[in-house]
Design a binder for this molecule. Structure first.
Ligand code: 8OZ
Length: 358
């Protein structure tokens, strides 16, 4: 079997030292008032700069795009300056980092929204899932269906955030079009019940996604724009009756842009691997990043067969800052403590040690 996890790869314009990607991980340690990252984040991402590429934690493109306590933003000058310290540290350590651009849509709560407003979505259907606010775990609030006239403003927020990402020194951006957040709330028919140009047919439901991609491409060259999809995932209370009918044309359309990579959640996010992700991958002309439940053996097997070009590891990066070295040495992996996944300080965040050098 050809060993390829540790060979360099170029995803569009992003040159990576290896094919191990740090997947986006929400950790809720930003300043809840300003949405700024801090010194802890500088340490955390620097410790993990051995990855061929880091995809940042999901980062809201606007105040309205926020859906959980203490997630970072990429829309204000203060946030740009704060992220710049992170990107400088990752680059100084030889790594690469893109920021994941996020709008949660209906996965939010009035307490997290500007002016206590209802969260927005394609439709007025509540998600029926929980989020976390200052009060702890709470049911997400009933959303307001966006007026057609509101949509251009959100698309513009993506372009603004993309421009902020450039100022912050990122190597590119990843559009978060997965896991039941706003873009999926347009894409999937289990949520979108619009009667206008943004609802109904698969083509109409994908319109918002295409507008977002084009907005981001007005700021960044395509080789520095990746996209994350989760066609088969029910994450955050969403569903799609015919994922292939929806996603085959999406992949074909996205092929025309020459993006840096397609990042696919293969199955249920953080759960079982299922669905026709390999059939979708076969239609994709660019670099492909597989994600979901990978271990070293599965990564090597799928790299060797050409099923994937890169593998994004999420949970293993929490407790193994030097994951690349551990995979290379085939060393045992540390287990993270779930209690410190979301929120808190350095504990369970920057205090996981690198493997002792023998
Ligand atoms: C876990 C907790 C909160 C948010 C995702 C951004 O699923 C997330 C997320 C994950 O994409």
């Amino acid at each position: 079997m050809t060993e390829t996890l540790f060979t360099p790869f170029t995803a569009g314009a992003i040159e990576m030292a290896n094919r191990v990607v740090m997947a986006p991980l929400t950790r809720n340690r930003a300043d809840d008032d300003t949405g700024e990252v801090g010194e802890l984040h500088v340490d955390y991402y620097r410790q993990r700069a051995g990855a061929g590429l880091i995809v940042s934690e999901a980062t809201q493109i606007s105040p309205q795009g926020k859906g959980y306590i203490a997630t970072p933003g990429i829309h204000s000058d203060g946030q740009v300056a704060a992220w710049r310290r992170v990107t400088d540290a990752v680059h100084a350590a030889g790594g690469r980092i893109v920021v994941q651009l996020w709008h949660v849509g209906r996965i939010s709560h009035v307490d997290l929204q500007p002016g206590g407003a209802a969260p927005v979505s394609s439709s007025a259907r509540p998600a029926g899932v929980k989020t976390f606010t200052r009060e702890g775990f709470v049911e997400t609030s009933a959303p307001r269906a966006l007026e057609q006239g509101d949509i251009a403003g959100i698309v513009a927020d993506y372009a603004h955030a993309a421009a902020c990402a450039k100022k912050a020194g990122f190597d590119g951006v990843e559009i978060h079009a997965a896991n039941g957040y706003l873009i999926e709330q347009f894409l999937k028919d289990g949520c979108n019940d619009r009667g206008d140009a943004y609802g109904g047919s698969a083509e109409n439901r994908a319109r918002f996604l295409y507008e977002v991609v084009e907005a981001v491409l007005s700021v960044w060259e395509p080789g520095r724009v990746g996209i994350r999809l989760s066609p088969f995932s029910p994450a955050n209370g969403i569903s799609e009756s015919d994922p292939m009918a929806l996603y085959v044309p999406v992949i074909e359309r996205l092929n025309g842009h020459g993006l840096s990579y397609l990042h696919m959640v293969e199955g249920a996010t953080g759960g079982e691997r299922y669905g026709e992700y390999d059939a979708l991958r076969a239609l994709w002309h660019g670099p492909y990043m597989g994600n979901n439940g990978y271990d070293r053996a599965l990564a090597e097997e799928r790299l060797a067969s050409g099923a994937v070009d890169m593998v994004a590891f999420g949970r293993p990066f929490i407790a193994n800052p030097d994951l690349v070295e551990r995979l290379r040495a085939d060393a045992p992996l540390a287990e993270g403590d779930r209690k410190t996944w979301y929120g808190g300080g350095a504990e369970g965040y920057t205090d996981y040690p690198a493997l002792e050098k023998a």
